[in-house]
Design a protein. Structure first.
Length: 206
């Protein structure tokens, strides 16, 4: 990539991050439903059209990292060494999140407090979890050389993504209500190990 191309990509990334940050700040202060796209644009010092160049909806502004997380997890499932149970990939993914939070003490409480305050955002969160499960199922189906709508592949993907979502949302809910973040992270690591152990114990993670 040329220097000018690298600069353009950096500028795009910075603009996207500025819009997402401005949106999150406004949502936290005034509530998701009360904030307009125009207000986000003013806060980020960009035009309304620029906002829509990067995000298709207000919900996407808050969940701006989801595509990155999805790509990383799906990539890890696809590239895992032969013979590695897929449950191991999910276990590492979930534990890594909580280990990082435990090490940094970053609470993440504002993000989840915003989500819990809005039915539209709660629905959007559930839709993102479902989309992730579908993406994982397609990878598992390809590995098994079966159609993309293979029920077994989708069932396993939904179970694993469900465990990840449950540990994530339960932990962030506790932090949002004021529980100490590091202690929650420690407890969620134990909970994750137990939950994935149940999946592995019935042979579902193979």
């Amino acid at each position: 990539m040329s220097a000018s191309g690298g600069l353009r990509e950096r500028k795009k990334r910075e603009t996207r991050e500025a819009i997402a940050r401005a949106a999150a700040d406004l949502f936290a202060k005034r509530g998701f439903e009360a904030v307009t796209v125009e207000e986000v644009a003013r806060e980020a010092n960009v035009s309304r059209q620029t906002v829509f160049n990067y995000f298709g909806s207000k919900e996407e502004m808050l969940f701006d990292r989801f595509a990155e997380v999805e790509a990383a997890l799906v990539g890890a499932v696809r590239s895992r060494p032969p013979g590695t149970p897929v449950v191991d990939v999910f276990r590492v993914h979930t534990l890594t999140f909580w280990k990082r939070l435990e090490a940094t003490g970053m609470p993440q409480h504002e993000f989840w407090a915003i989500v819990e305050s809005s039915s539209a955002l709660r629905d959007y969160a559930e839709a993102t979890f479902a989309r992730l499960a579908c993406s994982v199922a397609h990878v598992l189906a390809a590995e098994r050389a079966v159609p993309e709508d293979d029920p077994g592949s989708h069932a396993l993907a939904r179970v694993l993504c469900g465990v990840n979502a449950a540990i994530l949302t339960c932990g962030l809910h506790r932090i949002a209500r004021g529980d100490e973040a590091v202690e929650v992270a420690r407890e969620m690591k134990v909970a994750a190990d137990r939950a994935y152990g149940l999946v592995d114990g019935v042979g579902g993670g193979r």
